[in-house]
Design a protein around this ligand. Structure first.
Ligand SMILES: Cc1cc2nc3c(=O)[nH]c(=O)nc-3n(C[C@H](O)[C@H](O)[C@H](O)COP(=O)(O)OP(=O)(O)OC[C@H]3O[C@@H](n4cnc5c(N)ncnc54)[C@H](O)[C@@H]3O)c2cc1C
Length: 390
């Protein structure tokens, strides 16, 4: 059976749903999302920690964040589904080089209108009295950062997409995409085929496989990332810890800690040397590595037991420069890539959706300068690296 749509979106994760929703908001015609899993949002989007921050080191990432934070605040007000806790992100360092990088990032963010606050060690300790103070030099804090429930974002996006007339087909694995003579595409999934003027590749960690269906070489690799959960002792107060805390990042080790609303702590650490892998089981080496690092700024966590049954892992859709890929490659006009969001796909989903919707409905993106995200940058060897990778 063949159907016709204006846009086919491959992948019903947070990115694909956001793209579909924004396309309809921007006035696109029929939009169909094809998702191979039995339900949307079951890929990387279901494994995320839910961190949201404007504290990046490149203009495009800061701009994606600021646009997205506004939209996530609005979605939370309208739907109440996001559990968006704007505790702020507090980044800190005890090294001279770390302080220099933090100061540069803070200046960039402030130049783009982000109210990032520079803090000396005393101010950092006033906000986070639970951290080890030895050698601490400086930190930055942005109060609109925080964390939310990624499932809530998927639910809100899905509901809005449905209300706007997006059609979502689940259990359909796109196995072929063919170019038509009229410039459009035939996307084949199972026994059905959808003809479309545009195809958007929002297949997350599998985006390279989907791109390859049209012989496009897309450098998006799956990289396993792990999260640990630590329970709090019932009834025993932890010194300096009263209520929620900022998303607290020790930049010198890369360890990030947050307190859950229901108690306990989520701890993240990303090993920059992890090779690509499809494995989503918890990596036991992660717990070892965390054990060696967590006490550097979070001594109270060294005393608390980690229960591996409450830890989990998932895949970052990674690119070599830690920036997403947004746009159609020169060799495949109409085949729009929207993938490679690494550890910031949930928080950047609203901006990603807006960018693709403008590319398709206006022919160019008005809200953002997408040049740093263009697919051809790898071939051109013109990369700008995001260094605030957590
Ligand atoms: C441990 C961990 C912690 C993270 N923490 C954060 C965080 O704090 N903040 C943040 O913003 N991000 C975080 N992320 C990153 C975030 O989860 C991802 O960047 C984001 O979910 C990517 O969304 P996506 O829609 O591109 O991918 P996915 O959610 O994986 O969606 C892609 C979809 O495409 C479908 N698909 C693939 N191939 C096909 C095909 N051929 N046909 C049909 N469907 C197909 C898949 O089934 C999948 O549902 C984290 C990730 C992990 C693993």
């Amino acid at each position: 059976m063949t159907e016709t749509a204006e846009v086919v979106v491959v992948g019903g994760g947070v990115i694909g749903l956001s793209v579909a929703r924004e396309l309809r908001r921007a006035g696109a015609g029929r939009v169909v999302v094809l998702e191979k899993a039995p339900a949307v949002g079951q890929g990387s989007s279901s494994r995320a920690a839910g961190g949201v921050r404007a504290q990046f080191t490149t203009r495009i990432n800061v701009e994606f964040s600021m646009h997205s934070i506004g939209e996530l605040e609005r979605l939370e007000r309208d739907t109440g589904l996001l559990s968006f806790w704007q505790t702020g992100y507090l980044l800190m360092t005890g090294t001279e080089a770390g302080e220099r990088s933090l100061a540069e990032a803070c200046a960039l963010q402030r130049s783009l209108g982000v109210a990032t606050r520079w803090m000396d060690a005393t101010e950092v300790l006033a906000l986070a009295p639970f951290v080890r103070q030895d050698g601490l030099r400086a930190g930055t804090f942005h109060h609109r950062d925080g964390f939310l429930d990624p499932h809530g974002v998927v639910a809100a996006m899905r509901a809005d997409a449905g209300r706007l007339g997006v059609e979502i087909l689940t259990g359909v694995d796109v196995t072929a995409i063919a170019r038509r003579r009229d410039g459009g595409f035939d996307a084949t999934a199972g026994g059905q085929s959808v003809q479309a003027r545009w195809v958007v590749n929002a297949a997350g960690p599998e985006a390279a496989r989907v791109a390859a269906l049209l012989h496009v070489d897309l450098p998006v690799a799956p990289v396993r990332r792990n999260l640990a959960f630590v329970r709090e002792p019932v009834g025993a107060a932890l010194p300096g810890l009263d209520g929620l805390i900022p998303m607290t990042v020790d930049l010198d080790t890369g360890v990030l800690v947050r307190r859950e609303v229901s108690g306990g702590f989520v701890i993240a650490w990303s090993d920059p040397d992890d090779p690509p892998s499809w494995d989503v089981s918890l990596d036991p080496r992660f717990l070892e590595a965390l054990g060696e690092r967590v006490g550097h700024r979070f001594p109270f966590l060294e005393e608390l037991p980690v229960d591996p049954r409450q830890c989990w892992a998932g895949l970052y859709p990674e690119t070599p420069d830690h920036h997403a890929i947004v746009g159609a490659p020169p060799e495949a006009p109409g085949f729009v890539q929207c993938a490679g969001f690494g550890g910031h796909g949930v928080m950047h989903a609203p901006a990603a959706g807006r960018a693709v919707a403008e590319l398709i409905t206006l022919g160019h993106c008005e809200t953002f300068d997408l040049h740093p995200l263009r697919p051809s940058r790898f071939e051109e060897g013109d990369l700008v690296i995001e260094t605030a990778v957590l």
